[in-house]
Design a protein around this ligand. Structure first.
Ligand code: PMP
Length: 305
């Protein structure tokens, strides 16, 4: 379904959704020279709305620009205000927010550092990325034939748009084969992450997730690690192979779009009992308590709109 709302923040101004257009010679369209964020705003139990971990998302946006070598032309304060303003003007109680910075038109060819860096922030209502059923019952995943980027091929700690062609191809591949999500292995064959989510396994009550070196260090990944440790789970950030995933007791994904989504099957093999396991449900509940404003100890992760 096509997404839309009323207004998009474009380089400091609110523009009607249909008027937020750019030139076809924009550098980013040709070479993938853009970077973005995905952020969620939640309706709290007390009727207010709040953006989840806004400062961490803005910092990562700025870091992506720094990694690409085309810095964000707005301050952290300006971007923070732009995000909140977009949610307010569109009167969205709950939404997904997409800041995007991209190299605009001007010169062509790879070396075009004089071209302007344009910035937009859009927001729209978006439900469970992997479906309501997926978040409740778990999803069916498949290991993609496409390898995740080597750390010196693409800068995996960034959300540079060009990186995502790899994810898009993996997602196409597994969706067309009838699965919900693609799991990607790193160049040595260890499990790295899913096409747009980080991945955790649970074995004997302990959690494992790939180290942040060669993945996108997800903000929800960091949140779940913190919540899990506070609940007494041991969490290991270490590499593991595909067979460890097959024989895990539980597996789940974390991400802004996917939130905490259980995995019930990988490569046609049932994971554990083939339904969301106790640790997954425990951490999913802890996460939902935070985003609804029910967890007093984590209200600092919420920025009221
Ligand atoms: N890995 C990839 C490749 C992603 O695109 C995302 C989504 N941003 C994630 C992991 C999860 O990151 P976050 O929890 O910050 O949304």
């Amino acid at each position: 379904m096509a997404v839309r709302s009323e207004k998009i923040w474009v380089d400091g101004e609110m523009v009607d959704w249909d008027d937020a257009r750019f030139h076809v010679m924009s550098h980013a369209l040709h070479y993938g020279t853009a970077y973005f964020e995905g952020i969620r705003c939640y309706a709290l139990d007390d009727e207010r709305s709040a953006v989840f971990r806004l400062s961490e998302h803005i910092r990562r946006l700025r870091d992506s620009g720094h990694i690409l070598g085309t810095p964000l032309p707005y301050s952290v304060e300006q971007m923070t205000e732009a995000v909140l303003e977009v949610v307010r003007v569109n009167r969205l109680k709950e939404c997904y927010i997409r800041p995007l910075a991209f190299v605009g038109d001007g010169e062509m060819g790879l070396y075009a550092l004089n071209n302007p860096v344009r910035v937009i922030v859009a927001a729209w209502a978006w439900g469970a990325y992997l479906g309501d059923e997926g978040i409740k019952q778990g999803i069916r995943a498949k290991v993609s034939s496409y390898t995740r980027h080597h750390v010196n091929v693409m800068m995996t700690n960034s959300k540079i748009s060009g990186n995502y062609v790899n994810s898009v191809m993996a997602k196409h591949e597994v969706k067309q084969a009838g699965y919900d999500e693609a799991i990607m292995l790193d160049p040595e064959g260890c499990v790295s992450e899913a096409s747009g989510e980080n991945l955790f396994i649970v074995k004997d009550g302990e959690l494992r997730t790939a180290p942040a070196t060669s993945i996108l260090p997800g903000i929800n990944r960091a949140s779940v690690i913190e919540l899990a440790r506070a609940k007494g789970y041991r969490v290991h950030e270490e590499r593991f192979a595909r067979d460890a995933l097959y024989i895990a007791d539980e597996a789940f994904l974390t991400g802004t779009a996917a939130e905490v989504t259980p995995i019930r099957e990988v490569d046609d093999r049932m994971i554990g009992a083939g339904k969301p396991g106790p640790a997954t449900l425990d951490l999913q509940q802890a996460f939902f308590d935070v985003i609804r404003g029910r967890d007093e100890s984590h209200v600092h992760w919420l920025t009221p709109v």
